[in-house]
Design a protein around this ligand. Structure first.
Ligand code: SF4
Length: 125
């Protein structure tokens, strides 16, 4: 998941310290695809043991986001991800993994609601 400038600023503010320190510890920065020097580098959260570096578990195996208040906007919109609109398999995967999704909704109903939210500007792509 890419972090935009606002995501980065929010994380730096919550974590404290300099942006370069936060970057070195928590982010993975890669060149834009195609090495187009006019585009910005892609900044993403590091993955540790197959999970986002901010995911933590307590001693009983309960997990959560350790940076919840400063999480990326894309995380805040989960599970309303635009990728659902292009592929029903994405919908099926997300519905199975997220108990917050109404399990009774059909793919068409979910897409209709998601499109409406996007038209209202409540979901950004
Ligand atoms: S919600 Fe938190 S733990 Fe999950 S991907 Fe986003 S930043 Fe990482």
């Amino acid at each position: 998941m890419s972090l935009d400038e606002e995501d980065q600023a929010r994380m730096v503010k919550q974590l404290g310290g300099e942006k370069a320190e936060v970057c070195a510890r928590y982010w993975r920065v890669s060149a834009p695809l195609g090495a187009d020097t006019k585009k910005s580098a892609v900044v993403q959260m590091k993955i540790v043991s197959g999970r986002c570096i901010f995911y933590v578990e307590d001693g009983e195996g309960l997990g959560g986001c350790s940076i919840h208040k400063a999480r990326p906007w894309r995380c805040g919109q989960w599970p309303l991800h635009p990728a659902i609109l292009g592929d029903e398999n994405n919908f099926i995967t997300i519905r199975e993994s997220c108990p917050g999704v109404n399990q009774e909704l059909s793919y068409q109903e979910f897409c209709s609601i998601l499109r409406e939210l996007m038209q209202q500007g409540k979901i950004q792509c």
